[in-house]
Design a protein around this ligand. Sequence first.
Ligand SMILES: *[C@@H]1O[C@H](CO)[C@@H](O)[C@H](O)[C@H]1NC(C)=O
Ligand SMILES: *[C@@H]1O[C@H](CO)[C@@H](O)[C@H](O)[C@H]1NC(C)=O
Ligand SMILES: *[C@@H]1O[C@H](CO)[C@@H](O)[C@H](O)[C@H]1NC(C)=O
Length: 461
Amino acid sequence: MEKLLVFISLIYQANALVRPDGVGRLPALGWSSWNAYECDINASVILSAAEQVVELGLKDLSYEYINIDDCWSVKTHRDPTTNRMIPDPERFPGGIAGVASQIHDLGLKVGIYSSAGETTCAGYPASLGYEDIDAETFAEWGIDYLKYDDCGVPSTWADPYTSCIPDTANNAGPFPNGTCPNLANPAPKGYNWDSSPSATRFRRMRDALEAQNQDRVILYSLCNWGNAAVNTWAADVGNSWRVSGDISPGRGEVGAERVRIATWERIAEIANEMSFLVRDYAGFWGWPDADMLEVGNGEGDMTVAENRAHFALWAGMRSPLLIGTRLETIKEEHLAILKNPTLLTFHQDPHTNRPAYPYKWGHNADYTFDAAHPAEYWSGPSAALDGTLVLMLNSENVTSTRTAVWGEVPELRDAQRGHEEGYAFEVVDGWTGEEFGCVEGGLEVELEAHDMAVLVVGGAC
Ligand SMILES: *[C@@H]1O[C@H](CO)[C@@H](O)[C@H](O)[C@H]1NC(C)=O
Ligand SMILES: *[C@@H]1O[C@H](CO)[C@@H](O)[C@H](O)[C@H]1NC(C)=O
Ligand SMILES: *[C@@H]1O[C@H](CO)[C@@H](O)[C@H](O)[C@H]1NC(C)=O
């Protein structure tokens, strides 16, 4: 019996991208420049974000990566002699190595961005064909994290088929059996996406980064937006992989101001897609990535309740949590969401190898694909919380109640078996820390439109 268990765990490890020093074992926590600044970045923007992460107490809560997204290099060319990318000398006068060293001095880590194509999404030099030299350069600069995008792909590297990304109503599942009814040019049955041109491009950079492990371990974050059936092959290629397109279309005008567009509709779409994925694909060393956070963005578009639900869903799914807002001007109520200790503890639990996933859909029948009304009832065990996390979403646009029934929650059902009246459990409100005490049978919570309850259900009582 014991031998069998060892054997199984070896198989599991062979399919995961196990890195030295535990890098990538847990989903990443940090900040990224894109959602807040897009291309308007420079050394002071990046350093100031790092300083804010320290000053606001986020570092103490394990936020650690400060990620420089697209637009950091000279746009027109590589160094003609070394073939290396060149940090933009005006934006980064001390180079990327200079910023990296200052970020390291703050006790934080630093991320960089490139693409598995000839150019990045904003048209800067990218790494296809230069994987080794770029990985070596990043390692030398002191980089700890690489976000690897999917822009600038030449036609010679295009995939022969499209795969199913069941994120919007147009692409509606059913999932996970993998059929997108409206898909143009689907792969024939049995097509092996693991050897597709996409998988090959992303694997090349994995190998280049692995070759640097002696000098520098760089977390590898894939960003091919769910293409090429990435969930089926990414676990041994990257430590996380994006499952879908961007969380928001970018920036727009509100009055005279240029602001980030972030909407609940897109949050719900991604949560709906993830609800069908995380059970099968999330675990240590490999995490489906729902995209960077919009908490604090979408001025006028997202209520505080929606910000709360967005964060609770992302933390519960154990997606990487990369703050995407300007920390200098963040509102207290948004900061409090990002600092929620219950959700962060669940997200970073070193002992529990799974996320929360739906135990009931609620608004819809179970397993219904509905981009506007994702699964509402989620649960997951947590050694770090010494209990079960129960999340309840009100996906409707009016105030409504949701009830956690202990007998419906898989993690609690066993404890309850044989007790006709149902067991009682110690329950704490994960948002406020308020103790509900010993609660019998279940708990009803009133929720604003698009708000989410967070309950920590502890020992039987
Ligand atoms: C850096 O970028 C920020 C935001 O785009 C800008 O306000 C600031 O003036 C820039 N600083 C330097 C030194 O270029
Ligand atoms: C996929 O799953 C859905 C819902 O479970 C089911 O209705 C459909 O027949 C399945 N399709 C295939 C091809 O298995
Ligand atoms: C609220 O939801 C209902 C039912 O789904 C819909 O008919 C209505 O347009 C929505 N209202 C708003 C303000 O979004």
